[in-house]
Ligand binder design. Structure first.
Ligand code: MG
Length: 385
């Protein structure tokens, strides 16, 4: 009953590759509805509220956090999913869960933690998101993690190095065999891009780090600007920005839906397995939109992510994370008792790599403000511990 209107190649309850620990099907929900609900009730999900993407959490209440970003990704992916008769619940689950493994302080945090972990297997945020839902959430009596379906886990693991894929069993196979994930996962991956490109333009303008005039350097953004300017010349800038951003989202979403629809009609997958076995992703932008997309990314990198004020904050964040990591590596007795006992009872890895992984789990789980507080407790002699 949950799959009434879905295409035969959608992720259906009856074709799921199942959960790692067998469970009865839920009474009034589909399998992917249950996955989504488990994400919403998880601790890692609540922490997303105090983790950032570009700006650090205390820089202002107006900017996106990882929580609002994830909700925007879920919203965009639901629209696309529904219009293609795909499983909206699965897309929503992946959208809400895709950033669960992110460190504090956005990309700076992830890069430096990866650096710290170089000798111990590295740190990839996608892999960490999977680790959160597979192992780190401790809620249920019968299994560790959230015991999500294969399809939700497959979607969360967006990228993965071949080295790590080999360690992951069935969920890693597609990276080795060059197979695709479900269409729901493919589209959520692109919904993520649409969301962050658009909201970073918005936050960039709002923060004053980029100006409306600067946007016009990008041809695509300039056409949106002109359209708004022509229709509403008197509109205050704040609303002009929003009119530009809503166009930016909607044009990309429509392009993605129409291009993908045409591709599905040509490729004619019949089942989710056909989707998985296809030589490339079926969900896609048109060529023009892909180029326009790249131009926006380039613009944001040069003007926002590399802005000296963003870089100063990133440099400070990187230093803090490195200091936290090194301090705990030198003396695990400084860790909270719960993590000390994890170090003592390591199961999967042992010795230094095992210890480093537990410290990385601890750091990755921190919110921006928790990391700041933890750092000052350890380094500022005037702080109470
Ligand atoms: Mg994201």
């Amino acid at each position: 009953m949950h799959n009434r209107h879905l295409a035969s190649y959608a992720a259906l309850d009856e074709t799921t590759r199942g959960r790692r620990h067998t469970e009865e099907s839920p009474a009034y929900r589909g399998e992917y509805q249950r996955d989504r609900d488990r994400i919403i009730h998880s601790t890692a999900f609540r922490r997303l509220e105090y983790k950032t993407q570009v700006f650090v959490n205390h820089e202002g209440d107006l900017f996106r956090t990882r929580l609002t970003h994830s909700i925007e990704v879920a919203q965009i992916s639901r629209t696309i999913s529904r219009s293609l008769n795909l499983n909206e619940d699965l897309s929503e689950t992946i959208g809400l869960a895709h950033d669960l493994g992110h460190t504090p302080f956005g990309h700076a945090g992830q890069d430096v933690l990866n650096e710290c972990m170089q000798e111990y297997g590295g740190f990839e945020h996608n892999l960490q998101s999977l680790r959160v839902v597979d192992e780190l959430e401790e809620k249920y009596a019968q299994f560790p993690g959230l015991n999500l379906t294969f399809e939700s886990r497959e979607g969360i693991l967006k990228h993965c190095s071949n080295k790590n894929a080999k360690l992951l069993g069935d969920i890693g196979e597609r990276f080795i065999n060059k197979h695709q994930p479900s269409l729901e996962a493919q589209l959520t991956n692109l919904a993520d891009e649409i969301a962050y490109n658009s909201h970073d333009v918005d936050d960039g303008l709002r923060s004053g780090l980029i100006s409306l005039q600067q946007l016009r350097e990008v041809e695509f953004l300039d056409t949106l600007y002109e359209d708004v300017e022509k229709k509403y010349p008197e509109l205050p800038d704040r609303r002009k920005i929003y009119e530009i951003v809503r166009r930016l989202i909607s044009i990309q979403v429509i392009d993605l839906i129409e291009t993908s629809k045409a591709r599905i009609d040509t490729i004619k997958p019949e089942t989710i397995e056909d989707v998985r076995q296809h030589s490339e992703a079926i969900i896609s932008y048109s060529k023009t939109m892909r180029e326009q997309n790249l131009a926006i990314k380039r613009f944001l990198r040069e003007n926002l992510y590399m802005h000296y004020r963003v870089r100063r904050m990133s440099a400070k964040s990187s230093r803090m994370i490195k200091e936290l990591f090194n301090t705990f590596m030198e003396d695990t007795l400084l860790l909270p008792p719960e993590y000390q006992s994890r170090v003592k009872q390591q199961k999967t890895e042992s010795g230094e790599p095992g210890k480093a992984r537990i410290i990385a789990d601890y750091i990755a789980g921190m919110t921006d403000r928790y990391a700041l507080a933890e750092h000052s407790k350890l380094f500022d002699p005037k702080q109470l511990t």
